[in-house]
Design a protein around this ligand. Structure first.
Ligand code: NAP
Length: 237
């Protein structure tokens, strides 16, 4: 699973390990990954770390292949890593647009493509892509991010249709505002302004997202595919 060094990814990794999965942790920072892996092993779970920059999509695809060859299987792929490079559309540079599309969308595509072969062989697979409500509602200042996250729905629904006959499911979990480093950057004032529009009157916690991902990865979700599941405390309802 990607983006496992902190935030939502860390919570997903801990939960999947708690549910009995061997978890392969991927992000750029080896130190961050090792801290999460140590937490997993300390609570009796099993994990391994691979530092990889998803901006290099070829390297990420090769890593997915290497991991599935090493273990002889790949049951669950969680594409969680994501970046923002916000700015109003009229001032957004090509570089900032491309960088966000590359990490938040293209790496997801190449990761899924590399995972499909072992999943097809096993006639089983769970692909879970982490989107955002920005991709559903749009968000001023996030043309690049919202475009990438919206595209994950089209990608995931297509994979659901292409792979359903092989019992491979593919879904998107779309978080609202979750307390992580990504939203820390917004500052307290903006967070206070957002709160009244969230029916559940709190920002989400990484564990809120991890619980939904763990459900999608479980046997109980075997008849659920091609969906975008919004976990936002009701913000977008
Ligand atoms: P975060 O705290 O900023 O963590 C991002 C994770 O992605 C880190 O583990 C980071 O690790 C990894 N990452 C970033 N760029 C990478 C790259 N080029 N290659 C490999 N790994 C990379 O973010 P978060 O809030 O947990 O968000 C996780 C996902 O949820 C993202 O896809 C985000 O868009 C989505 N989301 C978050 C919120 C929210 O409110 N927090 C809302 C909607 C959607 P390294 O820095 O070590 O590489």
């Amino acid at each position: 699973m990607t983006g496992a060094s902190r935030g939502i990814g860390r919570a997903i990794a801990l939960k999947l390990a708690q549910d009995g999965n061997h978890v392969v942790l991927v992000a750029r920072s080896q130190g961050g990954l090792e801290t999460v892996a140590a937490e997993i092993t300390a609570s009796g779970g099993s994990a391994e770390c691979h530092a990889c920059d998803l901006a290099d999509c070829t390297a990420y695809a090769a890593l997915v292949e290497q991991i599935s060859e090493k273990h002889g299987r790949l049951d669950i792929l969680v594409n969680n890593a994501g970046i923002t490079k916000d700015g109003l559309a009229m001032r957004m540079s090509d570089e900032d647009f491309d960088a966000v599309i590359n990490v938040n969308l293209k790496s997801v595509f190449v990761g899924c493509r590399a995972a499909l072969r072992p999943m097809m062989r096993a006639r089983f697979g769970r692909i879970i892509n982490i989107g955002s409500i920005s991709g559903i509602t749009g968000n001023a200042g996030q043309a690049n991010y919202a475009a990438a996250k919206a595209a994950l729905a089209g990608l995931s629904k297509t994979l659901a249709k292409e792979m359903g006959a092989k019992s491979i499911t593919c879904n998107v979990v779309a978080p609202g505002f979750i307390e992580t480093d990504m939203t820390e950057a917004l500052g307290e004032k903006i967070k206070e302004q957002i709160l009244p529009s969230i029916p559940l009157r709190r920002l989400g916690k990484p564990d809120d997202i991890a619980a939904t991902v763990a459900f999608l990865a479980s046997d109980s979700a075997g008849y659920l595919t091609g969906q975008v599941i919004v976990v936002d405390g009701g913000l977008s309802c």
